[in-house]
Design a protein around this ligand. Structure first.
Ligand code: BTN
Length: 249
């Protein structure tokens, strides 16, 4: 894949810009990076705080050949690529299903993958936000989010991360394009403590379930073993780790 980077000072959202570029015919491998976003978007309609130079705000155009039902694996693939990028700078990240990178149980990166129809066929935009510093996080984020600087003391820039990240994305995406979807599941298993045996609560469309993780389906959906032994397959939802409850004797 040919990597081509479009660098912007400021944009509403690098994902929105990459969608426009894909609709206008951009090839796979176009990456949009901005120093700040004025309307950064998170999952489920949430916003993504995007102060100037406080994070890497990055979106890549992909034109996957895999079957539609396997498209969710692109999010897992991106999580693996971010994991390995951060590990290259000495961090020890965990991946919380489906797309959050955590360090010391706090969120350091979020991923928003969006599929769009374009005249040249389906494109998937992989949007990645990595927190570089957290000194001006709003108070509601300070308790649940962290940054590369807070964890390592390193004052990295978006430019420092862009090349290692595109290298990792190219490497793991090529595995997916060659149809080795089980390799992506296996790489995710090796990098995430959420793969199995984790007590979690999942918020799904206004309701929630509690159970223990029990691996992933072939398309990346999360298998959750319920207290009564039933298996629930979660295609989309917000996962929260449950802490061991103390039992009063
Ligand atoms: C989430 O965890 O809710 C996903 C957050 C994704 C944020 C990134 S920042 C770059 C790209 N542009 C956006 O508007 N969103 C993604």
């Amino acid at each position: 894949m040919n990597i081509n980077i479009l660098k912007l000072e400021s944009v509403d959202s690098t994902n929105t810009e990459a969608i426009k570029q894909a609709r206008a015919g951009a090839s796979e491998g176009l990456c949009v990076i901005a120093r700040q976003q004025t309307a950064g978007r998170g999952r489920q309609g949430r916003s993504w705080v995007s102060d100037p130079d406080s994070g890497l705000y990055f979106s890549m155009v992909l034109r996957p050949r895999i079957e539609g039902r396997l498209l969710p694996l692109i999010t897992l693939m991106a999580g693996i690529a971010v994991h390995d990028t951060l590990a290259g700078f000495g961090l020890k990240p965990d991946i919380k299903w489906v797309n959050d990178l955590l360090v010391e149980d706090k969120k350091i990166c979020g991923i928003l993958a969006e599929a769009v129809e374009t005249p040249a066929g389906l494109a998937v935009i992989v949007g990645i936000g990595i927190n570089l510093r957290s000194d001006n996080f709003p108070s509601e984020l300070a308790a649940t989010a962290t940054s590369i600087e807070a964890v390592t003391g390193l004052r990295l820039t978006a430019d420092d991360l862009a090349r290692p990240l595109t290298d990792q994305l190219s490497e793991h995406y090529s595995v997916l394009q060659q149809g080795h979807t089980e390799t992506i599941i296996d790489r995710w298993r090796q990098r995430s403590t959420f793969f199995s045996g984790k007590a979690i609560k999942v918020d799904i469309a206004g309701t929630s379930i509690e159970g223990v993780t029990d691996g992933l389906e072939a398309n990346g959906a999360l298998r959750v073993r319920m207290p009564n032994g039933d298996l629930r397959i979660v295609q989309a939802g917000d996962v929260h780790q449950l802490r061991q409850r103390k039992i009063e004797l």
